[in-house]
Ligand binder design. Structure first.
Ligand SMILES: [Zn+2]
Length: 304
């Protein structure tokens, strides 16, 4: 396995003017094996121009581990067990303020949980997903329809056919988000709606974790996780996400944050009780009461 470090400009605006937020590597997270090998690190930085958070240098070689992680239905859990219906119903409620029914495409449909909830709510929904194993899981478990591949490569999906296109926790993995969003606009109806959810890189929750690291004398940053699950190399806040959408010819209709309690906290720790999980849940609940939650949602339409 070879690991190559490549310095990177901001993916959104192209500038090379950034602020260091901290270090993140294979050992730099709570629960990591402190002697785990190999120990590879990179820096988490924030673009001073557009607020985009990214890793610098970029690490080449980790893609293989990311692909394996997102191709294993047994080990990967996007949503805490039992919470999928509740979580995705909340998202459909947000979407229904602009579209109440119709043709929906979920880009990066994963194991199909959202498609299942959308179809039960009356949507005509299908998915597109790079992982063959996830496609098979979704079709066998929920009897939902998915196409294996990437939106900018597949030619079989009808253009300008969808009332709603959704991306749930997909954009933070994309190396070319602008190209993907431009491709997506070719599949939306002229009055179609784009829904995006990503982790909120500015959430109070992550800021508290970074403060906790500083108090322990560690220069780590919790904002991204480029070298271990969930392999987030890119981070958005309201400003940078709106900047990206504007550049890709979308007009933001609403941008908001939501709690992350149902999503993410138990994805790669064990499911049994432990004090860290309990503290995380409590901290998340309290911080979400004051807003600026861990999840960032945006609804947009194509500029006319
Ligand atoms: Zn930038």
């Amino acid at each position: 396995m070879s690991w190559i470090k490549v310095s990177a400009n901001c993916l959104l605006c192209g500038e090379n003017n950034f602020k260091m937020l901290g270090v993140r590597g294979t050992r730099e997270y709570t629960g990591a094996d402190p002697s785990g090998e190999p120990h590879i690190t990179t820096n988490v930085v924030r673009c001073r121009n557009c607020d985009f958070v990214y890793i610098n240098p970029e690490i080449k070689g980790v893609e293989q581990f990311e692909r394996e992680y997102y191709n294993n239905p047994d080990n990967y859990h996007a949503v805490n067990d039992g919470d999928a219906s509740k979580l995705y119903s909340k998202r459909l409620k947000l979407i229904s303020k602009f579209k109440k029914s119709g043709n929906l495409l979920d880009v990066g449909s994963g194991k199909g949980e959202f498609l299942n909830v959308a179809i039960k709510a009356g949507w005509s929904a299908s998915g597109i997903e790079p992982s063959q194993a996830f496609c098979e899981y979704a079709e066998q478990t929920y009897k939902v329809s998915t196409v294996q591949g990437y939106i900018d490569e597949i030619k079989t999906i009808p253009r300008f056919d969808f009332d709603v296109i959704t991306l749930h926790h997909v954009l933070e993995h994309m190396h070319s988000p602008a190209a993907q969003l431009l491709a997506i606009s070719n599949y939306l109806k002229p009055d179609g709606i784009l829904f995006i959810e990503v982790p909120n890189v500015n959430s109070y929750f992550l800021r508290v974790i970074d403060l906790f690291f500083r108090l322990k004398g560690l220069n780590w940053s919790s904002r991204l996780s480029p070298l271990h699950p969930p392999y987030h190399k890119f981070g958005y806040n309201k400003k940078s996400l709106m900047f990206l959408l504007n550049r890709c010819n979308y007009e933001t209709l609403v941008v908001t944050t939501l709690s992350g309690r149902e999503r993410g906290h138990k994805t790669y720790s064990d499911k049994s009780f432990n004090l860290v999980s309990l503290l995380r849940d409590l901290t998340s609940s309290i911080l979400n009461l004051v807003g600026n939650g861990e999840m960032l949602c945006i609804i947009a339409k194509k500029k006319s």
